[in-house]
Design a protein around this ligand. Sequence first.
Ligand SMILES: Cc1cc2nc3c(=O)[nH]c(=O)nc-3n(C[C@H](O)[C@H](O)[C@H](O)COP(=O)(O)OP(=O)(O)OC[C@H]3O[C@@H](n4cnc5c(N)ncnc54)[C@H](O)[C@@H]3O)c2cc1C
Length: 274
Amino acid sequence: MPLDARVATSLAEAAGLLAADQRIRLLAGGTLVMRDVNEGRLLDGTLLRVTDPAFRQMNTSGARIELGAGVTMAMVMNNRDLAYLHAAARAVGGPAIRHMATVGGNLFAATPYGDFAVALLALDALVMVQSGYGSPRPIALEEFLNARERGVSGLVTSVQFARPQNAGDFRFAKVSRVKPKGLSVMSIAAHLPNSGGRISQPRVAYGAMAPAPVRARGVERALEGKSLDMAGIQAAKAAALEGTRPATDAIATEWYRREVLPVHLGRLLTGDGR
Ligand SMILES: Cc1cc2nc3c(=O)[nH]c(=O)nc-3n(C[C@H](O)[C@H](O)[C@H](O)COP(=O)(O)OP(=O)(O)OC[C@H]3O[C@@H](n4cnc5c(N)ncnc54)[C@H](O)[C@@H]3O)c2cc1C
């Protein structure tokens, strides 16, 4: 049977259709799906578009942020309330890709893609997933990414997270060989809330250092209660590799990724990460 296309006018309809037939695949920005089609990996089934405006809605002014899964990287970059996320959105491909690539699609993008997901992981984001005609249920992004290797079903309707109290508490860096739009040697995101100069409940995440974006729990432990001074940064760098499982691919070897991670983490923490 050839590939065909359908349109769902509501999120509930889209989730219902996805639940009813495993051969239906959501077409969000299509930057990855259409590559599968064009390169012959996806030859039959149904591509499903969602036209519900809620899919591309953003609530960005309050303390709790919600981004519809269909929001594009370009939409994030055009939103001043989301300035702390601009570097992460800018890290995704070139301008043409960013006008199509969605927040939801980035959660499914295989390593070394998934740069925006790394930022969301450091923001402790919740993924709203709707399976069938029920209501969307929240899943911690970390759990969602762990489950991804086993195959995630359902429609991602949005992501939610708490706005960083100070934009400067949030940092993101992508390391790539080709500027400005090469693939990730790695990406690092850090949310470093502090009280009286001491870091409290930091969240640090890596991209391309494991099969999916991962939290850097050793770094988080090392930074808890510390200042971002030489000693604090050295402690974080010493714990940088904990929990990492980088791959060797066309961009970098596993060895190289391990070698340079502490250096780039140190730069990010000193405020020199780019
Ligand atoms: C040339 C090029 C350069 C790229 N560079 C980068 C880069 O630098 N960094 C990076 O992170 N990525 C990069 N990508 C990968 C990709 O563009 C992004 O990861 C993008 O965010 C994927 O989103 P999309 O909307 O295009 O996904 P799609 O292609 O529409 O979908 C991807 C997969 O996710 C599923 N899906 C999408 N949205 C949902 C949803 N809401 N609910 C359930 N399933 C869903 C689809 O069914 C499909 O299986 C690049 C891609 C290309 C082609």
